[in-house]
Design a binder for this molecule. Sequence first.
Ligand code: ATP
Ligand code: MG
Length: 560
Amino acid sequence: MEERNRPESKNFIEAFIEEDIAPGGQYEGQTVHTRFPPEPNGYLHIGHCKALCIDFGTAEKFGGMCNLRMDDTNPTKEDVEFVEAIQQDIKWLGFTWEDRFYYGSDYFEKDYEYAVELIKKGLAYVCELTPEEFKEFRGDVDTPAKSPWRDRPVEESLDLFARMRAGEFEDNQYTLRAKIDLASGNFNMRDPVIYRIRHMHHHRQGDKWCIYPMYDFAHPIQDALEGITHSLCSLEFENHRPLYNWVVENVSVPHKPRQIEFARLGIDHTVLSKRKLRNLVETGVVSGWDDPRMPTLCGLRRRGYTPKSIRNFCERVGVAKSPNTIPYAFLEFCLREDLNETAQRVMAVLKPIKLTITNYPEGQSETMVVENNPNRPVDGSRAVTFSRNLWIEAYDFLAQPVPKYKRLYPEGPECRLKGAYLIKCTGYVTDEEGNVTEVLATYDPESRGGDPADGRKVKGATIHWVDAATAVDAEVRQYDNLFLDADPDAAGKDYLACLNPNSLEVLTGCKVEAGLKTSDVPSYQFMRLGYFCKDSKDSSEDHLVFNRSVSLKDSFKPTV
Ligand code: ATP
Ligand code: MG
């Protein structure tokens, strides 16, 4: 990551900005000012993180500022729940807008004034085409669009626009259109609608307005009024840039921001569209926006993702101009890398079978002191009890060994109980149906800590365990991709048909170290199993619930 500070590794946005603020550039000597403009109609997802890292991160790099602005221009869908969640998520990632929090709708009065200014300049007119006629007169690549109202006198447009605002007309009866170029090869420039009538309640403005500005008109004005120098947005706005520029050139705004576009982030095996994510929530496919399988920030947080892992991910994915789909495994790689440093090592048994150490005295118990994280001695150590009856993973024993099996089986190799003793399996107990109910072993009292006193080679595996006398029960939720299909987000694909029916596996009766009942570190490494965290919603001291954040094994070979 240090690489990024070297001049040659500057991304194209940074290179543009550097030019702009250099002597002779259009923002010579100015403070770089960006903004993040989410539409409060859903929760932020990992795609938004990329935009956040670019908007806030770029400002940070240039010692500038980034505003947070709710893009609530469209009156249909906003919700206070989303506004608050968006703020919480951005703070959690570690970005700050300080006191620069705005709503697009706060500029409605200004938008209106600028629209009037355009009419007065002969650069906008009230049009009466119905939505159907509008389509019909749109033209095509070879045919210009048409509007019989284009040359409506300024006075008449002014009057009609005022009456539109006053609520005299029905939805869609009139529109205000910018007078640009009906023959433009860019359809966004073919006299785009900049105001429409919508008799709708606005979540902040109430019923004050029944005309609403279009995003392409309102957005550049919002940017300009806030003194934004660089308006960074995703690539779908590239074709709208001429209109963005036209607006800031033709209304008397105090600043002229520059729009620069970057490619959206895509991740395989998931969808990154609020509409689709909302649908998963509303149809009950997932338990909510914060279901740990969701690519939302709140879902990732509940799953055990850290801000650092997500920011590292975005940083490494980089800022490209061409669309890119990143393997979900790379996101997991970034998490594993962070948790490897910070997670507390503990032992938990997910599919338990009883192990009895037959030569360990009944009723006896001892305490092993184990380091919490060998990578970070500052994390200290904790006590783990050991006694005659333990829980081990059922898969660490086989009555009939298979070739190369180095764990427990009768007359098998000596195995190490992590941090405790060396043991040898001597037999097992079955129930009437022949199922193994208990594994029997003897231990070497001279091997306390897990190493032989005589230095002999231990041929078997090291296995994890918990003391049956003190272990507590837990529920463990293991997650897999939400979608089996690698690209469920592809245009035209029925994403609901690509769901993975096994994306959630719930294990009950798991056994964990007693200390986990009350400990509250953010992340654990369950030895040999993966990284886990307590579920922030469902876990309690009486009913522990852990989410698997990511497995230990790394199937991903980083190429990014
Ligand atoms: P969605 O399709 O998920 O509804 P959106 O673009 O409508 O996304 P906004 O709330 O308008 O969502 O997005 C706020 C900002 O985040 C915009 O600048 C948008 O370009 C950016 N953004 C959204 N999705 C992505 C993505 N997948 N990758 C990068 N940036 C994104
Ligand atoms: Mg949007």
